[in-house]
Design a protein around this ligand. Structure first.
Ligand SMILES: [Fe+2]
Length: 225
């Protein structure tokens, strides 16, 4: 069986957060480990496991790398940096609850399908919360699709009402998503990405966070992580 690991670093090493194998190989329904791993196991064993690995695990990892650069740029404390990176590594876990055919669709999503996709951030936060992940992390996951102008989801939070880590995560998430190859569109180049960040600062993105990402992309404050 493929090992399909989702994990996040804790202060003392790693939260081993749900992982492809439960106590009984994920086969029983009464031990908590098997029960709580069931949704991940469904993904691991699906025909689309490669898709999830490319579009979910790799995206989260690349987003976490950008978050590490952002944390360095913002001079965040070790504890807050750790929370930010953990949130990035897990931010799209709620997508395992979105029907695969919607997730893998190549054409434009219908209104209903898009409404379904929008649940992933709140579902992901809940998934992590019931597994004991700290609130600073679950809040960042829940709100990583809020927009600075208040038109995002799930709660339509605006400006500084959006948790700080979620505002950082939003810009890192978008930067990786735009520069990655997707089944429905080609990647954008660095110049186009920078222009998109500048065009959307103050509407989609916290202006300070958009400026920060532009500087990171221009290499002014880049670090090797
Ligand atoms: Fe997301």
């Amino acid at each position: 069986m493929r090992l399909f690991v989702m994990m996040a670093m804790g202060e003392d090493g790693f939260y081993s957060l749900e992982i492809s194998r439960g106590y009984c190989g994920g086969k029983c329904n009464f031990c908590w480990k098997c029960f709580s791993n069931r949704d991940i196991l469904r993904v691991v064993n699906s025909h689309e496991a490669d898709f999830y690995e490319n579009y979910l695990i790799s995206h989260q990892y690349n987003t976490a790398r950008l978050c590490a650069k952002a944390a360095y740029y913002l001079n965040l404390s070790e504890e807050i940096t750790s929370q930010l990176i953990q949130a990035a590594l897990l931010h799209d876990v709620g997508k395992i609850y979105i029907p695969t055919d919607v997730f893998m669709k190549t054409g434009k999503l219908s209104t209903d399908e898009f409404e379904m996709v929008k649940y992933h951030s709140a579902f992901g936060a809940l998934y992590l919360k019931v597994r004991g992940i700290p609130e600073g992390i679950t809040d960042a996951v829940k709100h990583h699709h809020e927009r600075y102008d208040g038109t995002g989801y799930p709660d339509g939070l605006k400006g500084d009402k959006i948790p700080f880590l979620a505002r950082i995560l939003a810009v890192c998430d978008a930067a990786d998503a735009m520069t990655a190859q997707r089944h429905y569109r080609p990647p954008v180049n660095r110049q186009t990405l920078i222009q998109e960040l500048l065009n959307n600062k103050g509407t989609q993105f916290d202006p300070d966070m958009a400026e920060m990402m532009v500087k990171i992309l221009n290499g002014e404050d880049a670090v090797n992580v």
